[in-house]
Design a protein around this ligand. Structure first.
Ligand SMILES: [Zn+2]
Length: 162
């Protein structure tokens, strides 16, 4: 499978950085919403930040924490789901390498294999602080597949083309 490209705008990186600073050695994370900008190419438009539920080694996501954010994103982008949709999840690995854990694999497989989610693929963004700067790796997963590392492109202004 070709490598998926993920653009991460600077304002998203800044929000992640703040969450990482606040959470310290506890994991934090949430869902990732994005825009399809080219062949196998996506830009992160928004994300939710959940601080509760993080332990040192594991991040437990609370469904109630993101349903309204996702609905608001769909409203804002006029329900053009082919262009703007749920992309996946992000969370921090403050004390571990930016490799998906076995739990990460199990939970992401549940999401990508869930017919109600209806995703062709999902991404998992893993982040941590390194000298106060955000270090991240993005992994993509197809139904029935294994994690593939995506190409990360960091860039400037974040916008949603209407
Ligand atoms: Zn993890």
């Amino acid at each position: 499978m070709p490598r998926i490209k993920i653009h991460i705008p600077d304002d998203i990186t800044l929000r992640i950085r703040e969450a990482l600073i606040e959470s310290g050695q506890h994991e934090c994370g949430g869902i990732v919403m994005g825009e399809h900008v080219g062949h196998e190419e996506f830009r992160v438009s928004d994300l939710t930040i959940q601080r509760k539920g993080g332990t040192i080694s594991r991040f437990v996501r609370a469904v109630a924490s993101f349903v309204s954010s996702l609905a608001a994103f769909f409203d804002r982008t006029n329900h053009r789901y082919r262009q703007f949709n749920y992309l996946g999840e992000w969370h921090s690995h403050p004390l571990f390498a930016l490799q998906p854990s076995n739990d990460d694999f199990v939970s992401m497989r549940e999401i990508v294999d869930d017919p109600e989610v209806g995703a062709n693929f999902v991404i998992l963004i893993l982040v941590r602080l390194n000298n106060d700067q955000v270090e991240g790796k993005v992994w993509s997963l197809l139904p029935g597949g294994a994690f593939n590392e995506a190409e990360v492109i960091r860039n400037g202004a974040h916008y949603e083309r209407q």
